[in-house]
Design a protein around this ligand. Structure first.
Ligand code: SAH
Length: 224
């Protein structure tokens, strides 16, 4: 029988995952359920093997097609803001995600939502994310190859909307598809000055809170 794999990635990742969690904590991520989820999702499976030794660094990494897997701090922050003060055992209802990329953010968010509807404009990334999520037995995420600018009207309204690419101004369709009381977490802004926003719907009003400056790939209109 082969000995268990205790070398290389296995060992490195146990230690480096703990280091990552400590770092996120020191940067202000305080939701224990979110920290635990970041600890347990195997980020190294979402990136190219050649980059695996960096999987638990707090950095964005290339995933091909000019796109990146988001920095863990940003994924943790967006997840924490989207779920607000959910109690243990509770989940959000339907969540819309724009910009599936490799599927890492979807995997982190999965236990906090009843169902995630995720849109990705690049076909190969959408297919790869579907396969990865299936492998990890994450069954409450539906990935679709489509342009996220118009949201996913037939599945809405959504209790949460999370956007992983930055438009200059917020697409009206996303505001329209937000449930009353729901939250939209989105980077927005042009000219190299993007801010991460958490927008809460209150009837016809939208309350906006800035979570700071960020740097996302642009939200591109149209699918390929
Ligand atoms: N959520 C990913 C981050 C992906 S990067 C993660 O967990 O790492 C942002 C993604 O948004 C890219 O894959 C890009 O192709 C996608 N994107 C950009 N514009 C889009 C649009 N209009 N509709 C859907 N996806 C879009």
């Amino acid at each position: 029988m082969n000995p268990p794999n205790v070398s290389g990635i296995g060992m490195t990742s146990a230690r480096t995952r703990e280091r990552l969690i400590a770092r996120l904590r020191s940067q202000g991520i305080s939701n224990e359920a979110v920290l635990e989820r970041i600890r347990s999702v195997p980020r190294h499976l979402f990136i190219d093997e050649a980059l695996a030794s960096h999987a638990y660094d707090d950095t964005a990494l290339p995933i091909g097609y000019g796109q990146t897997i988001s920095q863990p701090y940003i994924v943790a922050l967006m997840t924490q803001e989207l779920i607000g003060n959910l109690q243990p055992g509770q989940t959000l209802g339907k969540v819309l995600e724009i910009g599936t990329g490799c599927g890492y953010q979807s995997a982190v968010l999965a236990p906090f939502a009843r169902h995630i509807f995720s849109l990705e404009r690049l076909h190969p990334l959408a297919e790869r994310a579907k396969a990865r999520l299936r492998e990890l037995k994450i069954n409450n995420v539906t990935v679709r190859h489509a342009d996220g600018w118009r949201g996913w009207k037939s599945q809405g309204p959504f209790q949460g909307i999370i956007v992983a690419a930055a438009p200059e101004t917020i697409p009206q369709a996303l505001l329209d598809q937000l449930e009353d009381g729901g939250r939209l977490v989105i980077p927005a802004g042009g000219g190299g000055a993007q801010r991460l926003l958490c927008i809460t719907r209150d009837g016809d009003k939208f309350h906006e809170r800035s979570l700071g400056l960020v740097s996302f790939v642009p939200l591109v209109e149209g699918k390929t």
